[in-house]
Write a protein that binds this ligand. Structure first.
Ligand SMILES: C[S@@+](CC[C@H](N)C(=O)[O-])C[C@H]1O[C@@H](n2cnc3c(N)ncnc32)[C@H](O)[C@@H]1O
Length: 300
């Protein structure tokens, strides 16, 4: 592969061909994220401050430190810097309408039958997606917080996970979150005009955890809903296929999988799903029986 000339600022701040290839291979193996030559300048600018902060001296040494795995902290910093965390409340809003209309009735039935219900916001970034999901659930089924239902919210980036746990945000405009949904979702932050906090009953529905799709998953489902949106878009087709197949395995037979508007399932998997709306899928036939319900088990 022909690369651009070395991206240089000052001596010692250069990203050499070999360092770029090393970090790209590391990211592909550890996270599934594919960094092609077009992303080289972005890699340089996103890692620059970590090179300086770490005090190792130059890019080559920093990338050796990360890829050798000798510093778990630097691995986290580098992965955090090289992931794209863009998100917002009510993103790809029709998915939440489909969820309320097509999934919530089955969830209500399952809860009334004494089953536990688990939903998953996989690659949740700073939490806007799982809290929108929680608010949609409560709008459609206000008694939800009194039942055995939880939303697991996971991501690989510890910095955004901390923001998700804090659950405090700049007040979103009503063009993004309707006044009706905002009343369900937010309370004011004392002393601040422009910041809001997610209300406690919604926060309590959401469990925030670290999870890398390419490590063994400490979850087995079945999940009545999985939102996995706008993470696979940064991966190559092989990594995407592994991710989609993993999600399909933990999806409840009557559950629904939502993927990002610009993402695509593999043709093999696509054949096993019926499309319910834009990039919203249901398994065509019942798969393996869901794990027996454990009442009062609040774990995820
Ligand atoms: C663009 S955000 C999407 C957030 C949200 N799902 C949405 O659609 O608004 C992509 C997220 O995927 C996460 N991510 C990337 N690779 C991952 C991996 N291997 N395992 C878990 N999360 C990953 C990133 O840290 C980032 O927060």
């Amino acid at each position: 592969m022909k690369l651009e000339p070395t991206v240089a600022a000052e001596p010692g701040e250069e990203l050499s061909d070999s360092a770029f290839l090393k970090i790209a291979a590391f990211m592909r193996e550890r996270t599934g994220i594919s960094l092609d030559r077009g992303s080289r300048r972005i890699v340089h600018s996103r890692l620059q401050r970590h090179v300086k902060r770490s005090g190792v001296g130059d890019f080559d040494k920093y990338i050796d430190l990360v890829t050798s795995g000798t510093s778990a902290d630097e691995v986290q910093h580098a992965i955090g810097a090289l992931t794209t965390n863009t998100t917002k409340f009510c993103r790809e809003a029709e998915h939440f309408t489909i969820f309320e209309n097509e999934v919530v009735p089955a969830i209500v039935q399952a809860l009334r039958d004494g089953q536990r219900v688990r939903l998953w916001s996989a690659a949740c970034s700073s939490g806007e997606e799982p809290y929108t999901l929680a608010a949609s659930l409560v709008r459609a089924f206000p008694e939800a917080p009194r039942h055995d239902i939880r939303i697991l919210a996971t991501d690989i980036d510890q910095t955004v996970l901390q923001r998700a746990r804090t659950a405090e945000y700049a007040r979103p405009p009503s063009s993004l979150v309707s006044d009706e949904l905002a009343r369900i979702m937010f309370e004011d932050v004392p002393g601040s005009e422009d910041r809001v906090r997610v209300r406690e009953p919604l926060r309590d529905l959401v469990t925030v955890r670290y999870l890398n799709f390419f490590d063994p998953w400490p979850v087995s489902g079945p999940f009545h809903t999985i939102f996995c949106r706008n993470a696979a878009i940064y991966m190559d087709s092989t990594a995407q296929a592994v991710l989609w197949a993993g999600l399909a395995r933990v999806l409840h037979p009557e559950g629904m999988l939502f993927i990002g508007h610009s993402e695509r399932l593999t043709p093999e998997l696509n054949a096993t799903f019926a499309q319910v709306g834009r990039n919203a899928y249901r398994p065509k036939s019942a798969g393996p029986a869901p794990r027996a319900a454990k009442h009062n088990d609040r774990s995820v």
